[in-house]
Structures are given as structure tokens and as C-alpha cells.
Write a protein that binds this ligand. Structure first.
Ligand SMILES: NC(=O)C1=CN([C@@H]2O[C@H](COP(=O)(O)OP(=O)(O)OC[C@H]3O[C@@H](n4cnc5c(N)ncnc54)[C@H](O)[C@@H]3O)[C@@H](O)[C@H]2O)C=CC1
Ligand SMILES: CC(=O)C(=O)O
Ligand SMILES: [Mg+2]
Length: 479
């Protein structure tokens, strides 16, 4: 299974000599090279030649190169250029800033900027809390990364991380109306990241940390949570954990097992793996074994990573050691947040009856779902081109929508658990099946239900700063 196995659209702009080349020859080359023609647009047509854009779906980037080369070799065809629709959508970035009010004349100018703006500044200077209503803080969060654990691509640096962070920002806006601004930092230093985030925090109503590698991500999040009065949420930890729990609650309804009696193996004890393990323990799992590169994490070892020492105390009650393959014996549930293709079919075959496999590494899962399918009862991945997509996008838009709407000072454990149950509840019992345990990211009930559950939990736990009765009134009265 490759990064692009869902297919990508390539556009070949060809100059075709009409007398020399029947279109069938071009179609044969594309078809033989593994491409599907999905569109033909005539760009210009003269007496002797035409220029056409041929849009082709290819599953492997290497196929697209081979098709281009084969077309170039065809007498009477000139390949003018080849473009990749995925790259085209990234040209100049994917988001922009827009004004909410026009600036057409002197009167507009004097209200949005000086001198009028000065009165608003002074109102905030006298009562800093007004920043929540009179600035973008009310609806804007920062998506912050240092580019060290980007998807499953690893430490690819801040510039290369930007397309993912811009993508997250789009999803916040599209799904929940939250304005999100991507900030990729050119430092891996924990203290410097904390200092920078604190310094930019006045402009934002929340901080979404993204793709920061472990174990630094834990300290960065913990410190920022303590030192800031706005929600700080490391999405790879908690967003993933919330959606995983939602999916597992529904999968267990199908297999008829209880969390308390399941043996759960978690592969990859990094940011996502530790948070997934913690949420499962707080939801009732007792027998959970974490496995990383050197095998099962257990309490008879002392690890350099302090997170693992704490982890060993909370998990693996029988102190089992061994490889991933060893601990898969009799497991009811496998959760993968580690690396591509590390789970073998034989490991799945060793699992207890009705096994549940969530292979969530992106973009390539721990096991190809097609290979695992004959042996698992419920299979899920992080991918949008397969059934049961377990992806944190089901959580973070609604989570921040709710947190901003009640002006929560933090996102706590109750809010996360509430979000998980809310996501699970979107799939009704009469809809539930092996291939439908988790709602689609396009199901608009998800954000609504997560928002409501998060707000309710925020009030219940005393972290909401808007008073309940004023809640809707203030939405229409920004002063
Ligand atoms: N589907 C989803 O919503 C999400 C998926 N992920 C995916 O989970 C994976 C991990 O992400 P993070 O926790 O943020 O990264 P991380 O870098 O914090 O943790 C990864 C962990 O996996 C371990 N690991 C690497 N290769 C391994 C192997 N061969 N066997 C066992 N353990 C191995 C590493 O040592 C590390 O502890 C990535 O592929 C990421 O794309 C992460 C967040 C959300
Ligand atoms: C989905 C996501 O946040 C990740 O793979 O890192
Ligand atoms: Mg991420």
C-alpha cells in the first residue's frame, strides 16, 4: 500500500498532430501504463494539430512518470506539461485572510483603523478580557508545529509541515467555522517553543499543537496548559484518543465484548499511543500492553524516556515482555499508531475470536486492510479511502468550536470523554455494522454533537467562562 494508493489526478497537456496520431493510441498508452482517463478538455484546435488536457487517475506516482515518458515517445505527440491536481490545489497555499467589513471611504477607515480603533484598544487595555469579544481571539486558534512528527513522515522540518498545518486550518474553518492560523516554528527547543507560543497567545482563543514529536510534545503541552488561560490541545494525543475511543465503543457493540475484559495491544508509544492508552484506561480497559520498537513496555525495565517509566506502571499488569508478534497472542484489540506495515497477517491470526484492528498510522497503516480483512471482525485505518476512518478530524473542529463558544479556559478529561461518546452516538445502533463504526467526517451531526457535549462538560467541570444565561445573548452583542 503506497502513499497515493487512493489515486491522484494528473493532467497531461498534449500537442497532438491530427493526421499522425489517432486518439486511441494515446488512450492505449495511458491505459497500459496503469492510468484511467477521467476527462479530456480541448484547449485549442487548429487545422494540423490540437492541444488537449487529458486528466488521468493514477494510483502510483511512478506510473504517472512512465505514462508521461511513453506519451513523449509517441510520434506526433508533444507533452507540453504535466501537472498534478494535488499540487495545483496547493499553489500559493490553501488559505487566505479576508476582511469582515469593507474599507471604502474615510468613514470606514476611521472606524476600522485610527482614530476610532484607539477607543477599542483602550477598552481592552482597561479590561483585557474584552479581547475575547473585540478581537479575532474570539474565534481564532493557532495550529502550531515544529515539523518533527508530520503525519507518519517524521521530522521533515517546518516549511514541509506547512501544507499539513494549512490543511488543518482549512478543516477547522470548513467543518466548524473556527478561524485557524498555521504557525510552523523553526526550532525544536522545548523552552523556545513554549516561550514563542506564550508570546503569540494574546491573539488566539486556543492553541492546537500538531505533529510535535514525543517526548518533547508532553512537556510542551503540560507547561503551556499551566501557563496559559486558553485551551491548549495536542491534537495527535487527544484528538486521536477521542476518536479511537469512539470507534472502539462502537466496534465492541458488534463483537459483544466489554472494554473491561479485552486484551488491548497498542503499537507506537509516542504522542498518540500514550494518549490513546490513557483514554482507554480511563474508559475501563484493564489489560493493555504497549509496544514500541524494542518490544513490550513493562515495569521490570528502566527506560530513558520518563514517559515510558510512568506508562509501564499504568499498563501491562502481568509484566509481559517480548515482541509485537509475541504479545498479539490472544489480543482482542490492536491499536496501531506507529509505523507502516509492521503488523503481519500471522500476528492477526493469533488474536482472540472477533479481533478488532485499528491500524491508524498515516499515510500507510500498520497492515494493509486488504491483507487483514479475512481474519478481522472490525478493521479501521486513518485513511479516507477505506471504510472506518479513525482520524482526529472527527474531534478537533467540534472540540474547539465548543471550547471557544463557552470560552473554556482549558480542555479537560471530562470534555474529551464527552466528545468520544458524542462521536460514537452519531452512528445509531440500527446503522452500526463492521464497515460503519464511526461517522464520516462529512456527517454534519459530528461537530454539532461534539460541540454540545464539550460545552456541557465544560460547564459541569467549571472551566467555562461565559455565564450560561448570557451564552447566546453575547453572540449577538459583541460589546
Ligand atoms: N489516524 C489518526 O488520526 C492519527 C494517526 N497518527 C499516526 O500515528 C503515527 C504516530 O504518530 P505520533 O504518535 O504523533 O508520532 P510519535 O513520533 O510521537 O510516536 C511514534 C511512536 O511509534 C514508535 N515506532 C516507530 N516505528 C515503530 C515500529 N516499527 N514498531 C513499534 N513502534 C514504532 C516510535 O518509537 C514512537 O514512539 C503516525 O503514523 C501518525 O500519522 C497520529 C495521530 C492521529
Ligand atoms: C491525522 C494526524 O494528525 C496525523 O496523522 O498526524
Ligand atoms: Mg497530526
Amino acid at each position: 500500500m503506497s502513499i497515493a494508493s487512493s489515486g491522484t489526478y494528473m493532467i497531461y497537456r498534449l500537442k497532438i498532430e491530427k493526421e499522425q496520431v489517432p486518439f486511441g493510441d494515446i488512450a492505449t498508452i495511458i491505459d497500459g501504463g496503469g492510468g484511467d482517463i477521467v476527462g479530456i478538455d480541448v484547449i485549442s484546435s487548429g487545422r494540423s494539430h490540437s492541444v488537449r488536457d487529458i486528466t488521468v487517475n493514477v494510483t502510483d506516482p511512478l506510473d504517472s512518470e512512465r505514462i508521461g515518458e511513453a506519451l513523449q515517445r509517441l510520434d506526433g505527440v508533444t507533452v507540453i506539461h504535466v501537472s498534478d491536481r494535488t499540487f495545483l490545489v496547493h499553489l500559493g497555499g490553501k488559505i487566505e485572510i479576508q476582511s469582515k467589513t469593507p474599507v471604502k471611504n474615510r468613514d470606514d477607515l476611521s472606524r476600522v483603523y485610527t482614530p476610532g480603533v484607539a477607543r477599542v484598544c483602550m477598552a481592552i487595555a482597561e479590561k483585557p478580557d474584552k479581547a475575547h469579544t473585540l478581537t479575532i481571539k474570539r474565534n481564532t486558534i493557532a495550529v502550531i508545529s515544529d515539523g518533527t512528527a508530520v503525519l507518519g513522515l517524521g521530522d521533515i522540518g517546518p516549511e514541509a509541515a506547512m501544507p499539513v498545518m494549512e490543511g488543518k486550518a482549512m478543516l477547522f474553518k470548513e467543518f466548524a467555522g473556527v478561524d485557524a492560523f498555521p504557525l510552523c516554528l523553526d526550532t525544536k527547543d522545548t523552552e523556545e517553543i513554549i516561550r514563542i507560543v506564550k508570546a503569540v497567545a494574546p491573539a488566539f482563543g486556543g492553541i492546537n499543537l500538531e505533529d510535535i514529536s514525543s517526548p518533547r510534545c508532553f512537556e510542551i503541552e503540560e507547561r503551556l496548559k499551566k501557563e496559559l488561560d486558553i485551551p491548549v490541545f495536542h491534537d495527535d494525543q487527544h484528538g486521536t484518543a477521542v476518536v479511537l475511543l469512539a470507534g472502539l465503543l462502537n466496534a465492541l457493540k458488534i463483537t459483544g465484548k466489554r472494554l473491561e475484559e479485552c486484551k488491548v495491544v497498542v503499537s507506537g508509544i509516542g504522542a498518540a499511543g500514550i494518549a490513546c492508552s490513557k483514554i482507554l484506561l480511563s474508559a475501563g480497559v484493564r489489560n493493555l500492553i504497549g509496544v514500541d520498537r524494542q518490544g513490550a513496555i513493562h515495569r521490570n525495565m528502566v527506560y530513558d524516556n520518563p514517559q515510558w517509566n510512568a506508562y509501564a506502571q499504568m499498563t501491562n499488569p502481568d509484566g509481559i515482555s517480548g515482541t509485537l508478534s509475541d504479545v498479539m497472542e490472544g489480543a482482542d484489540v490492536f491499536i496501531g499508531v506507529s509505523a507502516p506495515s509492521i503488523l503481519q497477517v500471522d500476528d492477526v491470526r493469533k488474536m482472540a475470536p472477533d479481533p478488532i484492528v485499528f491500524a491508524m498510522a498515516n499515510p500507510v497503516p500498520e497492515i494493509d486492510p486488504e491483507l487483514a480483512k479475512p481474519y478481522v471482525r472490525v478493521m479501521a485505518t486513518g485513511r479516507s479511502d477505506k471504510p472506518n476512518q479513525i482520524n482526529n478530524v472527527l474531534c478537533f473542529p467540534g472540540m474547539f468550536r465548543g471550547a471557544l463558544d463557552c470560552r473554556a479556559r482549558e480542555i479537560n478529561e471530562d470534555m474529551k470523554l464527552a466528545a468520544a461518546y458524542a462521536i460514537a452516538s452519531v452512528v445509531r445502533d440500527d446503522e452500526l455494522s463492521e464497515t460503519y463504526i464511526i461517522p464520516s467526517v462529512f456527517n454534519n451531526k459530528v461537530v454539532e454533537k461534539v460541540r454540545e457535549a464539550v460545552i456541557e462538560a465544560a460547564y459541569r467541570t467549571g472551566v467555562a467562562r461565559k455565564s450560561m444565561p448570557d451564552f447566546h445573548a453575547e453572540d449577538v452583542d459583541p460589546a
